[in-house]
Every structure is written in C-alpha cells, then in structure tokens.
Design a protein around this ligand. Structure first.
Ligand code: CO
Length: 149
C-alpha cells in the first residue's frame, strides 16, 4: 500500500482541532488505519495522528511494540478520562517537527476511553511510554505540538 506523506510544520492542518468520527464512518476507516500504521512504521515512529497525514479526524495509531499488541493499536475519538497526579519528564520527538527533541512532562498514568477500529468501546489504563505516546497523539488532535509545551 502506498505510504502517506507526513505533514510538517508550518502546515496549518497540524494546528486545527480535529473532528469526532461518527459511528457510521468507522467501517470505512480500515484502509486508512492500515496505511497510517505502515507510514508510521516506515518513519520509525511510535505513534501517528490523522492530522499528520492531512485528515483532521480524531484517529490515532500506536506502534505495536509500545501498545503490546500484534498489529498495534488504532484509537478513535479517544479521551483521557482520568490521570495520575504524578508526571514524568522525558525527551520526545515528533514526525511533524524533524530534528526537534524536547523534554516534556506527561502524566505517568492515564485512563483512556475510545472506540477501536471495529467501533467497539474501549476503556483502559496506560502508564509510562504508552501513556506518553497517547497523550502526545491526543494533543495532535487538538492542534497542540511539543514546541508549545
Ligand atoms: Co507528533
């Protein structure tokens, strides 16, 4: 499958608030999810958000090693519904901002509500690297980038 172009700053799509995905749209997302996953893997990324490939919809994909699943993880309309008081600082990069690495404080642990690629509800806790990647990717859906932090 052809890979997608990853947008970089100052592309305006990276700065828009992305739209919730309607339930009836979810069955059509399969090819996009596959394509985003391949694009992320080819770019050596640990996560990718739809606005980074020019679609302002609330879809993110997470690398399989970080997610601890066979095919990675696709999250639709994900929301952080609970988080730890504790933050952890670590260095972070972003495929949309080449050559920038920044120390960012993120919640150590989060509880996430989302839909999976079949439209089924998910509710799970994540900590450390997985929590960091999800927080980074959800920021993308709100037009927030590591250079803002
Ligand atoms: Co990023």
């Amino acid at each position: 499958m052809p890979q997608l172009a990853i947008l970089t700053l100052p592309n305006k799509k990276l700065r828009q608030k992305s739209k919730e995905i309607e339930k009836k749209e979810i069955p059509k997302l399969g090819p996009l999810i596959l394509n985003m996953t391949e694009t992320m893997t080819a770019a050596d990324g640990v996560g990718l958000a739809a606005p980074q490939i020019g679609q302002n919809i609330r879809l993110i994909v997470i690398n399989k090693e970080v997610a601890g699943t066979k095919d990675g993880l696709a999250l639709i309309n994900s929301k952080i519904i609970k988080h730890s008081w504790r933050h952890i600082k670590d260095s972070e990069g972003c495929l949309s901002i080449p050559d920038v690495v920044k120390e960012i404080a993120r919640y150590k642990k989060i509880t996430v509500k989302a839909l999976d690629k079949m439209g089924r509800p998910l509710n799970f806790s994540a900590s450390d690297l997985l929590a960091r990647v999800i927080q980074h990717e959800i920021d993308h859906l709100d037009g927030i980038l590591i250079v803002d932090k």
